[in-house]
Every structure is written in C-alpha cells, then in structure tokens.
Design a protein around this ligand. Structure first.
Ligand code: NAI
Length: 283
C-alpha cells in the first residue's frame, strides 16, 4: 500500500496566509524521489535537498505512522513532502511509487536510488545461501535498475514536453563496489554492478541531457552499521580512512545536493567517493 501525505499550499491557504515567497516555491519547486529516504543516508539526502527547497517524495517500506515524525521534520523546512511506501524489489510497488509521485506532484526531476540492504547475516562466502543472495540482488540491483528505467521514461516525456525540463539520477553504491568483504559477497557484487548500471544509464540518457551519477560512500554511521560499530571504531582509529572519523548521512546528503543542484554538469557517469579517503591506498 502506498500512503502519501503532504503539507500543501491548501494547508497554508486554510490558515488564511497570503502566498509568500516560501509557499510559492511549493508549487514551483523541483521534485526529488529518494528511495529509503526516511532514515540514515536517505534522510541525510532528503534534509540536504529540503534545505535547497526541493519537494520530496520519500520512499520506504515502513508504515507511515512509523515515519510521521520524520515527515513532519522535513515539512518544517517549508517544502512539500509525500510518503511513498513500497518495496523497490517489487515491480508493482515500483510502479505505485511513481504513480504516487505523479498524482502528488505531476513531475519528477531527480531520482536518488538510495534504498538498500546489507548481506543477510553477514555470512562468510563459504557459508552464505542463495535466498540471501537473491534478496540482496532484488533490493540493491534489480530495484534501482528498473526504477531508473521507469523514471527515465517519464523524464524523457517531460523533456519532450518542455525543453526547460531538468532531470538527473543519482545512485548510492558503496566502497564495497571496489573493496572486498568476504562476509558480504552478495552485497559487494550488487554495489559493483551499480557502478556499471550508472555508466549504462549515463550512456543511454545522455542524448536527453539527463546526467546519471554514482555516489560511493565509505563507512557511514547509520542503522545499517549499528551492529558493527566497535569493529569500525577500531579500524578507523587504526587508519582505515585518511580522515579518522565515521562518515555521516549529512556528508552524503551534501554530495547529493551538489549533484542535484547541477554543479557537476559535464560529468555524467562519474563516481563521487564520499569515504574520507578509505579507497586511497597508502604505503
Ligand atoms: P539504513 O538501513 O539505515 O536505511 C536503508 C533505507 O532503505 C531504510 O529507510 C529502509 O526502509 C529502506 N529500504 C530497505 N529495503 C528497502 C526496499 N526493499 N524497498 C524500499 N526501501 C527499502 O541504511 P543506510 O546506511 O542509510 O544505507 C542507505 C544506502 O547507502 C544503501 O544503499 C547502502 O547500501 C548504502 N551505503 C551505506 C553505507 C553505510 O556505511 N551505512 C556505506 C556505503 C553505502
């Protein structure tokens, strides 16, 4: 089921406010769909985009009641917010998510493929099973790949309807696209494949002037890494990252906002590593 909720111009009008500059942008602002946008890195991205006046379609699997506070906080930034509940691994849910965006906003300028799961049970390569492999691939690769396909078709239609239309797609992969973890083989594979998906979609959508980027975060403090805090505290202290701290959702959010703003207009298909130098080898 998809639930959509928004603080709209009607809400402001109901209280008798005149249209201010702030309310005006509710009807004119660009629209971003951020999958997995209600917590962790996705929420960091939503906050950064809200700061810049983007209208937000926040994707997620949890009940609307569980994310109500988060949605309220985003609304408090003065932007329009809709919740799009659905599992990105399921084709019907993906279509419903986009239908909700279409109904609520009538347009889509930015898709951020952020939703993802880690390896189930973080099991060694010699022990991991096929069910876990299939689920990680469905959520981390099939979901964003086909959501991109559907969003891209819509963006192309919008571009054809209006030459002024600006669209972009941002994929959140991981340092695991290039750094091996033998207890998360399936996860590493999906993130490496997102790197190729970024290049494929960049090549296909270039003629429509729709850039596609990849953000490759390092070790970020979120619910996903809550079970491995001690391990990474130690590794970071020992020099895993050049900048000796955890990354934050805000670090990734700022990178996404930069791309969304159009500040890297001649760099489609490129990777932005937000990893404190984790991927740089030293000797
Ligand atoms: P998280 O577990 O805190 O949040 C993930 C979000 O995705 C949640 O809102 C969840 O509801 C949503 N989600 C999960 N499965 C979904 C599905 N099937 N359909 C729709 N939504 C779904 O994780 P975190 O850390 O914020 O991760 C976000 C992205 O960043 C993931 O793609 C992850 O692989 C990636 N990443 C995370 C890093 C970290 O250290 N936390 C490092 C590098 C990449």
């Amino acid at each position: 089921m998809i639930f959509a909720r928004a603080l709209t111009r009607r809400d402001f009008d109901a209280f008798g406010f005149r249209m201010t500059q702030q309310t005006q942008h509710l009807t004119n602002s660009r629209v971003a769909l951020v999958t997995g946008g209600s917590r962790g890195i996705g929420l960091g991205i939503c906050r950064a985009l809200a700061d810049e006046g983007w209208s937000l379609a926040v994707g997620g699997t949890r009940d609307e009641s569980d994310v109500a506070d988060v949605l309220e906080d985003l609304c408090d930034c003065g932007v329009e917010v809709a919740y799009c509940r659905g599992d990105v691994a399921e084709a019907a849910d993906r279509h419903q998510i986009l239908d909700t965006v279409r109904e609520r906003f009538g347009r889509l300028n930015l898709l951020v493929n952020n939703a993802g799961i880690t390896s189930q049970g973080r099991r060694d390569l010699l022990e991991a099973d096929e069910a876990g492999f299939d689920r990680v691939f469905a959520v981390n690769l099939k979901g964003p790949y086909f959501l991109t396909q559907a969003a891209a078709r819509w963006m192309i239609d919008q571009k054809r309807a209006s030459a002024d239309f600006r669209g972009a797609i941002v994929n959140i992969s991981s340092v695991s696209a290039e750094v091996v973890s033998t207890n998360r083989g399936d996860y590493c594979l999906t993130k490496a494949a997102i790197g190729m998906a970024t290049k494929l979609w960049a090549a296909r959508l270039a003629e429509f002037d729709i850039p596609v980027y990849e953000i490759r975060p390092g070790v970020i403090r979120t619910d996903m890494t809550a079970g491995v805090v001690e391990k990474y505290d130690r590794l970071i202290a020992e020099g895993l990252t050049l900048q000796r701290r955890w990354g934050t959702p805000e670090d990734v959010g700022r990178a996404a906002a930069l791309l969304a703003r159009g500040d890297l207009p001649y760099a489609t298909g490129q990777v932005l590593r937000i990893d404190g130098g984790l991927s740089i080898r030293t000797m």
